[in-house]
Design a protein around this ligand. Structure first.
Ligand SMILES: [Zn+2]
Length: 258
C-alpha cells in the first residue's frame, strides 16, 4: 500500500463561465486549465478557501452539479481514525482484483469508493478481506485461487515432434523420425502434411487460467453490481467503524453505469 506524496482528494473548485460550481479537481488539473495555451480558464482569487478555476467556455454538460458528495469539500485524513500526518494511502473499497475486470464506465470517476487511510488502519482492514472473499467464493461458487493455467503435456509433445519433422525431417535418422511420427499420430490420429502444419502453428500448450476476481465478475450481471459494491462498502464499515468518512458518502450510492 504505497503512501501518496500529495493529498488524496483534490479540493480546487471548477466553475462554469456563469460561476456555477461544476466539480472538484486536484491541483495538477487546476494548473493544467490555468496554464493552457488557448487560455481556456482563469483563476479567481478569493482570499480564503479553496482555489477556484473558472472556465471561459461552456462545458458540454453539468452532470453532478446537484450531487452533494461530488461537490463537497473532502478532508485529506484517514477515514477511520482521522490521522492526517505521516502520509495517507489510497484505499479502494472494491478491491483492484475485481475492479480491473469491470466495464470502463463503472470504474471511471468512482472516487466515491476510494477513501484515504493511514498505513495502520489500511493494514488492519486488509487482514479482514480474505474472509469476505471466502464468503463470496461460496456465494458465487468460485474457487479462491481461480483456475490455474494448465500445461497440456501431450499437445506440447506432439507440437515439438511436428516441429522437428517439418524443420529437420530429412536430417533425422529413420528410427527417430518414426518415433516422432508416432508421437504426432498418437495425439492427432494422423501425421499428414495438414496435421503437421496445424500443430506447428499451435501458439500455446498452456490453457488459459482465470483469477478469482475475473471469475466472480463474469458471474455478475450488470444488475448485480450495485449489490456487489454495497456488500464491500458495508464490509468496510463493519470492520473499521470509521469515524471520519467523507460527508454524504453512502453505502447505497448508485454505481456508475448501472
Ligand atoms: Zn487511520
Amino acid at each position: 500500500m504505497p503512501v501518496t506524496d500529495g493529498p488524496i482528494y483534490g479540493n480546487a473548485i471548477m466553475q462554469a463561465p456563469d460561476g456555477q460550481q461544476l466539480c472538484r479537481i486536484d491541483e495538477k488539473r487546476a494548473d493544467w486549465y490555468i496554464n493552457h495555451p488557448e487560455d481556456i480558464a482563469y483563476e479567481i482569487v478569493d482570499g480564503e478557501g479553496p482555489r477556484i478555476v473558472r472556465l471561459r467556455f461552456e462545458p458540454s454538460g453539468r452532470a453532478g452539479t446537484d450531487d452533494p458528495f461530488q461537490q463537497g469539500d473532502k478532508r485529506n485524513e484517514c477515514a477511520v481514525c482521522g490521522e492526517s500526518n505521516g502520509g495517507l494511502t489510497r484505499h479502494h473499497i472494491l478491491p483492484w482484483s475485481y475492479r480491473k475486470h469491470l466495464p470502463q464506465q463503472v470504474i471511471t470517476h468512482c472516487f466515491h469508493d476510494i477513501v484515504p487511510l493511514c498505513v495502520r488502519c489500511h493494514g488492519a482492514y486488509e487482514e479482514t478481506v480474505d474472509s469476505y472473499k471466502a464468503t463470496l467464493c461460496e456465494k458465487y461458487d468460485v474457487p479462491i485461487k481461480g483456475i490455474q493455467p494448465k500445461l497440456d503435456i501431450p499437445l506440447g509433445r506432439a507440437t515439438n515432434a511436428a516441429f522437428a519433422i517439418v524443420r529437420y525431417g530429412e536430417k533425422i535418422p529413420v528410427k527417430r523420425l518414426q518415433e516422432l511420427k508416432f508421437i504426432v499420430f498418437s495425439y492427432s490420429g494422423s501425421c499428414d502434411e495438414d496435421t503437421l502444419q496445424f500443430l506447428t502453428k499451435s501458439k500455446s500448450h498452456v490453457s488459459c487460467g482465470k483469477s478469482h476476481g475475473q471469475m466472480i465478475v463474469e458471474k455478475l450481471a450488470l444488475d448485480d453490481l450495485q449489490e456487489f459494491f454495497e456488500g464491500w462498502r458495508q464490509h468496510f464499515l463493519d470492520h473499521t467503524c470509521p469515524q471520519f468518512m467523507p460527508d454524504h458518502w453512502s453505502v447505497t450510492r448508485k454505481v456508475n453505469g448501472t
